[in-house]
Ligand binder design. Structure first.
Ligand code: CA
Length: 359
């Protein structure tokens, strides 16, 4: 009797465990992800697409994420609200589009004259940046994760040469984030326009200058046909896109799906950075021969100095008003101050020294 009882108990335990395992394996999850971008905007859209594929592969097809571009949902700059409200479990966008709701979100994308991509990733993953980013996004009921970095962005396309700060006055320009406020201080009429409407706005004279990303993404947009002066960057030295996830949706996932999603986001973000770099290198090489009319320019030093001064004023104003902005900004600056010493002696000196002998 005793033996039979033991077998029965063992069998019951086995069945319970098997049922639990089966239930976990069979859990079907269907999510929707909205993007700020139209579905054709590579390489940005490759990050969410890679997340969806990896998550599906890692869960045997049980966790499926359907992606929707801005051409369908028509709300390119409302991703945060839609994810917060639960219409979409997930979004792919850029944090600085929410600057109007909370200024601190802007400096989580990039900072004018701030960290480069290596420094920023080191800060995010190993310098407390991710924790601070989540502290900012807690109030929105969403989780935020890095979503792919463009590296240094070009300073934008202008119809005329910028020879002095006076040349900026009265200019109508699309430029988002804190950089927009910097230009506004220098007399520019600043606007933000959804990515899908940039060329038309430039063509119709709604704007007469704009910044977008870098050669890999800019040249196929055709901006150079209207505004051939192409300036080097200062305003977005390491633009990080972001994944946003509705907290309730994420918290209700089985732990193994959460782990798969987090791993997939980090892989996809890293991969997008590599891909964008390769695209820009290709486009830059092709530009000289295919588009000889593009005039590559740098801003004169007095213009850069005015941008830096205005940039400090904008950041310091926000820091004085908002303790969390100050906490994030101070953390970034402290980290950059330390990291930049290493960047200089490693990357900068490597480039300067090797330039002497590598032709
Ligand atoms: Ca940009």
């Amino acid at each position: 009797m005793k033996r039979v009882g033991t077998i029965a108990l063992t069998l019951a335990a086995f069945l319970l465990a098997a049922t639990a395992t089966f239930a976990a394996e069979a859990k079907k999850v269907r999510w929707n992800m909205a993007m700020t971008w139209n579905s054709t905007l590579t390489p940005f859209v490759n990050a969410p697409e890679r997340v969806a594929k990896l998550v599906s592969d890692m869960t045997g097809g049980n966790f499926v994420i359907k992606i929707e571009g801005a051409e369908k949902h028509k709300a390119a700059l409302e991703i945060l609200d839609m994810v917060k409200g639960g219409q979409y479990e997930m979004g792919h966008s850029a944090s600085y589009y929410w600057k109007g709701k909370d200024a601190t979100t802007a400096i989580l994308t990039t900072v004018p004259f701030g960290m480069n991509v290596q420094e920023q990733n080191a800060w995010l993953y190993y310098g407390g940046g991710m924790q601070l980013m989540q502290k900012v996004y807690d109030k929105f009921g969403v989780y935020a994760f890095p979503g792919g970095n463009t590296g240094v962005q070009m300073g934008g396309w202008f119809k005329k040469e910028i020879k002095s700060v006076d040349d900026l006055k009265g200019l109508k320009m699309r430029i988002p984030g804190v950089a927009g406020e910097v230009f506004a201080k220098l007399g520019v009429n600043v606007t933000n326009i959804a990515p899908g409407e940039l060329y038309t706005s430039l063509d119709r004279g709604v704007i007469d200058a704009l910044e977008w990303v870098g050669p890999g993404m800019d040249i196929k947009m055709g901006f150079h046909k209207i505004a051939p002066y192409y300036y080097t960057g200062w305003h977005e030295p390491a633009t990080d896109l972001q994944f946003l996830i509705n907290k309730k949706a994420f918290d209700s996932l089985p732990p193994e799906y959460q782990a798969a999603l987090k791993a997939a986001m980090q892989v996809a973000a890293t991969d997008m950075h590599y891909e964008n770099f390769a695209m820009s290198a290709d486009a830059w090489a092709a530009m000289k021969t295919e588009f000889p009319n593009i005039k590559v320019m740098t801003f004169p030093e007095p213009v850069l100095a005015a941008m830096k001064k205005a940039s400090d004023e904008v950041h310091n104003d926000y820091a004085a008003k908002d303790p969390l902005f100050k906490e994030v900004f101070d953390s970034q600056n402290t980290f950059m101050k330390k990291a930049r010493q290493w960047t200089k002696i490693s990357e900068l000196y490597y480039l300067l020294e090797s330039e002497k002998v590598v032709k």
